[in-house]
Design a protein around this ligand. Structure first.
Ligand SMILES: Cc1cc2nc3c(=O)[nH]c(=O)nc-3n(C[C@H](O)[C@H](O)[C@H](O)COP(=O)(O)OP(=O)(O)OC[C@H]3O[C@@H](n4cnc5c(N)ncnc54)[C@H](O)[C@@H]3O)c2cc1C
Length: 428
């Protein structure tokens, strides 16, 4: 029997598409470039040993209901994030324990935070301009901080939260990525912490595996797609080595930054082509560090160095503790170089001894080419409407999600939407 639908990509978007198609009575085959499932959800042991950690995404929020439901369906436990128990800030000159900035800079800090709270709330209410009429979305973070004449010590705190929100070059990524994240809870940058409430046990990779197994979809790993052709009655999906598969339709569940690598044989519209070539600018670096000398629940932000955000979510084990840290892949340092990681750590946690570290290079990864959605301030259309369909193809990925874009939740939402689109197309 001919496969009805090929799903290209076995991340959460592809896995959710497979589940949704099965629920509608369609058969599907998933093809995946890597030899593993999960994509940017990637659970593996620290330094290939224990314990299991999330090298890609990890947190879900209280409003990520699709993820919560999937965890319940597939017997994945939700672990609450430990509360912050000790707090340090680096103001760009010195590490502080008394507050985000020195008293001389407090007025600037409070003024900027009040502006951010106002702008984040306006954005959440659907306005794309601030109270004075200045744009909030079609402006980069750099333009935004220049507009508000942000002092260096205040900037150190904003940039720390940027590494887990906009997470790209502040000169190109929209300030809206940062403001939207501030708006999750109370409008402040630090409010984002209150959104990161749970992680998955045993992990995101296992959730994706269980979703695909339960869907009954066939799965072909190590099948890197290079070209997708369409005819009047079907699609042909061709791997880099020439192997090919046929179906009535396909769901392209690839990271947005990979679309430009695929030859769609002329099927994309001009705006889709332009948008795929531009891509998104997500360039975060996430590291796991094994440390001595830091307590559980310790949060440090700031520094403007390689590591700008650090948190210790787990209890110590045999005298060491694991810390998750974020920085930006901006060419000024490299996470493979011990000296760079040690220097970054020494700035924000000088009391810590670095035992080891682990990470995955998502920007260099040929099947990701970036981290999570970071919308360019100027000239890219990543809207789910633009990417609804191209002939017999429908598109799914968190990067272009109708809801929860950039998050696992967005991957799930986009997988559901693509399944609806393809199912409706086949029933016509
Ligand atoms: C470091 C990091 C931290 C993050 N933190 C969080 C977080 O805390 N919470 C959260 O919700 N989200 C987080 N995210 C984002 C989240 O991981 C992604 O939004 C989500 O996993 C994307 O799912 P997807 O299915 O859209 O894409 P992917 O997971 O990227 O899946 C796409 C699949 O397509 C495959 N593929 C690529 N090219 C080809 C090809 N040519 N042929 C066939 N297959 C191909 C890939 O191998 C992959 O399996 C983070 C991401 C990163 C990288």
């Amino acid at each position: 029997m001919q496969t009805e639908i090929i799903i290209i990509g076995a991340g959460l978007a592809g896995a959710r598409a497979a589940e949704s198609l099965a629920a509608k009575g369609h058969s599907s085959l998933i093809v995946e470039a890597r030899d593993r499932i999960g994509g940017r959800g990637y659970t593996r042991g620290f330094a290939e040993q224990a314990p299991l950690l999330e090298l890609g995404g990890s947190w879900i929020t209280p409003w990520h209901t699709r993820m919560q439901a999937a965890c319940t369906r597939h017997r994945i436990e939700l672990l609450p994030t430990v509360p912050v128990q000790s707090r340090h800030w680096h103001d760009g000159s010195a590490l502080r324990t008394d507050g985000p900035v020195a008293s001389a800079d407090r007025v600037d800090y409070d003024r900027v935070i009040a502006t951010i709270v106002s702008d984040a709330k306006r954005l959440k209410q659907g306005f794309d301009r601030d109270l004075a009429g200045a744009p909030l979305l079609s402006v980069s973070l750099q333009e935004y901080v220049d507009r508000h004449r942000v002092a260096r010590s205040t900037l150190a705190q904003l940039m720390a939260w940027w590494t887990i929100s906009g997470a790209g070059d502040p000169k190109t990524v929209s300030a809206g990525e940062f403001l939207a994240s501030c708006g999750y809870i109370d409008g402040t940058p630090e409010g984002m912490m209150g959104a990161l409430t749970h992680t998955l046990k045993p992990g995101v990779s296992m959730l994706a595996e269980r979703m695909i197994a339960a869907s009954g979809a066939k799965l072909q790993l190590s099948f890197p797609v290079a070209r997708v052709e369409q005819s009047a009655d079907g699609v042909k999906v061709i791997a880099r080595d020439g192997r090919h598969l046929a179906a009535k339709a396909a769901i392209v569940a690839l990271p947005f930054n990979i679309l430009g690598d695929i030859d769609f044989a002329g099927a994309l519209s001009a705006s889709q082509q332009q948008s795929a070539q531009r891509g998104h600018d997500g360039r975060a670096v996430k590291l796991w560090l094994r440390l001595k000398g830091v307590p559980q629940g310790h949060l440090v932000t700031g520094g403007l160095g390689p590591l700008q955000w650090l948190f210790t979510p787990y209890a110590p084990d045999n005298g060491t503790i694991l810390a998750v840290a974020f920085g930006l892949d901006d060419g000024s340092w490299h996470p493979n170089r011990r000296a760079d990681v040690a220097a970054g750590l020494a700035a924000i946690a000088p009391q810590a001894e670095l035992i080891g570290w682990d990470w995955h290079d998502w920007c260099g990864d040929p099947f990701a080419r970036g981290t999570w959605l970071s919308t360019p301030a100027h000239g890219a259309d990543l809207s789910s409407g633009t990417w609804a369909r191209a002939g017999r193809l429908s598109f799914a990925t968190s990067d272009i999600a109708p809801d929860g874009a950039g998050w696992f939740e967005g991957a799930m939402a986009s997988g559901e939407q693509a399944a609806d689109t393809v199912s409706a197309m086949l029933s016509q």
